[in-house]
Design a protein around this ligand. Structure first.
Ligand code: HAH
Length: 329
C-alpha cells in the first residue's frame, strides 16, 4: 500500500512537480511516477547543456527526460531560455570575433529558442523564458548581464516575443528567486506589470521559493502571491525546498538533521502547502527542486560539500514528517 500519493492527494488542486536529472528515472523512478504529475529538468535544458557550441545541440539527456514524462503521463516545464548563468560564453561573442552586436545576440537567441521550443512543442507545456533578470540590491532594477549590456533594456520583451512565436501554445513564465522579499517583490511586480502593459506575452510568474527554516515568512509569501496574482497572471512555485538551516547558518559539522530541524521543517512545509491551497485558483503548479534528500543541489549551496535534507522524502526515499503535513488536510 504505502503512503497516499502526492499527486492523487492534490488532484483537482494543483500539479505537484519535481526537478529531475538524467539519472533520476533509474534511481528515483518509482517515487517520481507515484507522487509527481509534472517534471522540470534541473539542468539539462539550460543553454550550456543544450547548445554547448554554436550550432551543436546536445538533446539526448533532455529528450530522455521528456520521453519519461510523456510515457508516464506527466507534464513537463521548460527551464530555461534566457539566464545570466549556465549560458555558454559563445552566445555573447561575434562569430567573427569580439563581442556580439545587438543583432547578432538577438539572432542567436532567436535561433536557440526556435530550435529548442520547436523540438519540444506539445510536450513541454510551459517555459521559464527569462530567469533571474532582476538585480539583488535595492539600488538597481535589472541585473547587470551580457544580455542587458549587449541588447539593452528591451531584451526581456524580445525574449518573450521570440518564445511566443516559437510556440504560440506554450505558457510563458518570468522566474525569479527571493521573490517574497518585499523590495524585490515590488520590482518584480513592476517588471511584469510593464511587460503586460506593452502587450508582451508573459503569462505567468515562477516563484522559485528556495526556503529556509524561518524565512520567508508565511506573511511575506502571502503578500507576494496576492501582489503577483493582482496582475492577472498564473503562478507556479517552481523550485521549492526547505533547507534545514537558517539562511545565514554556515555550519558544516552536521551528519544528520536534528529532530527539531525536521519537526520545524515539517511545520513549515505544512504551512506553505496550506497557503498554496488557499490560492489554488492562481497557483496551478508546485514543484520541489529535487525528489528525495539523497540528491539536492543544496549539498553544494551555499556551502560546497555540506549535506542538506530539504525535500519531502528522506535519504531512503521514505516519506518524511513534512510529507505527512503536506498530505494531511
Ligand atoms: C536557481 N537559482 C536556478 O533557477 C536553478 O536553475 C538552479 O539549478 C538552482 C537555483 C537560485 C539562486 C540562488 O538560490 C542563489 C543565488 C543565485 C541563484
Amino acid at each position: 500500500m504505502g503512503p497516499v500519493s502526492l499527486k492523487e492527494r492534490y488532484k483537482g488542486i494543483f500539479d505537484v512537480g519535481a526537478a529531475v536529472w538524467p539519472g533520476a528515472p533509474g534511481t528515483h523512478g518509482e517515487l517520481i511516477k507515484r507522487h509527481f504529475s509534472c517534471l522540470t529538468c534541473e539542468n539539462v535544458m539550460k543553454p550550456t547543456l543544450l547548445q554547448p557550441e554554436r550550432g551543436r545541440y546536445a538533446f539526448s539527456a533532455a529528450d530522455k527526460l521528456v520521453e519519461f514524462a510523456a510515457q508516464n503521463g506527466m507534464k513537463m516545464r521548460g527551464h530555461t531560455l534566457v539566464w545570466h548563468n549556465q549560458t555558454p560564453s559563445w552566445f555573447f561573442q561575434s562569430p567573427g570575433g569580439g563581442e556580439a552586436s545587438r543583432e547578432e545576440l538577438l539572432s542567436t537567441l532567436e535561433e536557440h529558442t526556435r530550435t529548442v521550443m520547436g523540438r519540444y512543442k506539445g510536450r513541454v507545456y510551459c517555459w521559464d523564458v527569462v530567469n533571474e533578470a532582476l538585480a539583488d540590491s535595492s539600488g538597481g532594477f535589472l541585473r547587470g548581464s551580457p544580455y542587458l549590456r549587449i541588447i539593452g533594456e528591451d531584451y526581456i520583451d524580445r525574449a518573450f516575443h521570440i518564445a511566443h512565436e516559437a510556440d504560440p501554445d506554450a505558457l510563458l513564465f518570468y522566474n525569479e528567486y527571493n521573490e517574497c522579499d518585499s523590495e524585490k517583490r515590488e520590482r518584480l511586480y513592476t517588471l511584469v506589470k510593464e511587460l503586460r502593459e506593452r502587450d508582451v506575452p508573459v503569462h505567468g510568474i515562477g516563484m522559485q521559493m528556495h526556503s529556509y527554516l524561518e524565512s520567508p515568512s508565511a506573511g511575506d509569501i502571502r503578500a507576494a502571491i496576492e501582489r503577483y496574482a493582482s496582475l492577472g497572471v498564473v503562478l507556479h512555485v517552481t523550485e521549492l525546498e526547505i533547507s534545514v538551516y537558517e539562511w545565514d547558518d554556515r555550519r558544516t559539522d552536521l551528519k544528520a538533521p536534528s529532530p527539531q530541524m525536521l519537526e520545524r521543517q515539517a511545520e513549515r512545509y505544512g504551512e506553505l502547502f496550506a497557503l498554496f491551497r488557499e490560492y489554488k485558483d492562481v497557483v496551478t503548479c508546485v514543484t520541489t527542486w529535487g525528489v528525495a534528500d539523497d540528491y539536492t543541489w543544496l549539498d553544494d549551496f551555499p556551502q560546497k560539500g555540506r549535506k542538506n535534507w530539504p525535500l519531502l522524502f528522506d535519504m531512503n526515499h521514505q516519506p518524511k514528517a513534512a510529507f505527512d503535513r503536506v498530505t494531511e488536510f
